[in-house]
Design a protein around this ligand. Structure first.
Ligand code: FES
Ligand SMILES: [Fe+2]
Length: 399
């Protein structure tokens, strides 16, 4: 992020702290309760945002070198993503062209050939069928017609996008917009190294999981003994970039940072940026690395979802870990505990109330959920979401 923008955002937080104010959306917004519970709505979301929308499947660091791969089946289409021997990112439907079996079922690893577990047809990491056993008895086929089906794939700014549909398009100008592309170009997300991934299944609509990241109004209550110890609650900045948003959460370290000359201020030392990448991604860069949170519906139901929370480190952190290890300290374990601690707050605090909210919604007691003036990221997300489904925007109501 450019220095000027970092200063603008950090000064905005300091202003709110001193004036005891928070960001103000100018009104409240109410979203109908069936946004989260309607089966008909769910079908439309699934078709529009998952089967027919580019998906961020991970970061460049998930495929750290040539001849590595990862698989995912989070959005309906099984995907085999590879970094080929020349280092290019590629994606294929992970479906054997013989009889449709999932070819690779390991989540990630290093290899350049993939053999189907049924009859052993083998593909290389460019999707080509390179052999099938007992070819004389099986019969002669044109191997060129039996490769894995290639899916559109794009690697940029350290993110990996795949389109689930073979003829889908991944247009970054549309997805991110010029300003966010420029901002992402100023980070170094391509250097991030994958460290770990946690997966949580929860009985709630997938958007309730997204909503929990959209405000810090709840920090002093829900996270009183956890995140509130290191964040000032109810203090944030927000900007939107097309369908995406960026919240800036206020870390308590800002109290020390503000005493330094502005040239020493850094967005990650005084705040936690939270990028909302439409439709289902939350991305949070930190001084040590980043969290990537992916939210998906589960079991074709509006009432179930799963979250994948992955964390990544920068090389300088890994170097520091190596140094620590020379002194007998398990540095990696220390860092993973710290990151795992964050993930468990999300699981044990945020997702618990989000699931509770879903139970409440299913009772039919409420007609609406209400987002306050101090929750503009949720206003933006929900109206963007509605616009993407061709629904009427929700009006800002005076409050
Ligand atoms: S289904 Fe894959 S080899 Fe037969
Ligand atoms: Fe939270």
């Amino acid at each position: 992020m450019h220095k000027e923008e970092q200063l603008r955002l950090l000064k905005g937080l300091i202003h709110h702290l001193d004036a005891k104010t928070n960001i103000d959306a100018g009104g409240i917004l109410r979203t109908p309760a069936d946004t989260y519970t309607s089966s008909e709505r769910f079908e439309r979301e699934w078709d529009t945002f998952f089967l027919d929308h580019p998906q961020i499947i991970g970061m460049s660091g998930d495929l750290p070198k040539p001849d590595t791969f990862m698989t995912t089946e989070d959005f309906g289409v099984p995907v085999l993503a590879t970094r080929n021997s020349s280092g290019e990112f590629k994606a294929y439907a992970n479906v054997c062209s013989h009889r449709g079996v999932i070819v690779e079922d390991v989540k990630r690893g290093e290899k350049s050939k993939f053999s189907c577990p049924f009859h052993g047809w083998t593909y290389n990491n460019e999707g080509a069928l390179i052999g099938y056993p007992k070819s004389d008895q099986f019969g002669k086929i044109d191997k060129d017609c039996y490769g894995l089906k290639e899916l559109p794939a794009l690697e940029k700014f350290g993110f990996l996008w795949v389109h689930p549909s073979q003829d889908g398009k991944i247009e970054l100008d549309d997805l991110l917009g010029k300003d966010l592309m420029e901002e992402f170009g100023s980070w170094n997300f391509q250097d991030l190294t994958f460290a770990n991934e946690e997966e949580y299944q929860t009985e709630m609509n997938w958007k309730l999981a997204i909503d929990t990241f959209g405000e810090t109004y709840h920090f002093s209550v829900l996270h009183k003994d956890s995140l509130f110890q290191s964040f000032h609650g109810n203090c944030q900045m927000f900007d939107s970039f097309n369908r995406n948003g960026r919240l800036i959460l206020c870390k308590r370290t800002i109290d020390e940072m503000r005493k330094l000359p502005e040239s020493d201020w850094d967005i990650c030392s005084g705040s936690l940026p939270v990028y909302y990448l439409f439709p289902n991604i939350i991305f949070m860069p930190t001084p040590e690395g980043a969290f990537l949170v992916k939210e998906y519906p589960a079991e074709n139901s509006p009432h179930k979802s799963f979250s994948k929370i992955s964390f990544y480190f920068y090389p300088h952190v890994l170097e520091r870990i190596k140094e620590l290890e020379k002194t007998g300290i398990n540095g990696k374990e220390l860092l993973e505990e710290q990151y795992g601690g964050f993930a468990s707050v999300i699981r044990d605090e945020d997702y618990v109330v989000a699931a509770s909210s879903h139970r409440g919604l299913r009772t039919g007691t409420l007609d609406y959920l209400t987002f306050g003036k101090n929750e503009p990221a949720l206003h933006h997300y929900h109206n963007t979401y509605r616009q993407a489904l061709g629904l009427q925007s929700l009006p800002l109501e005076e409050a």
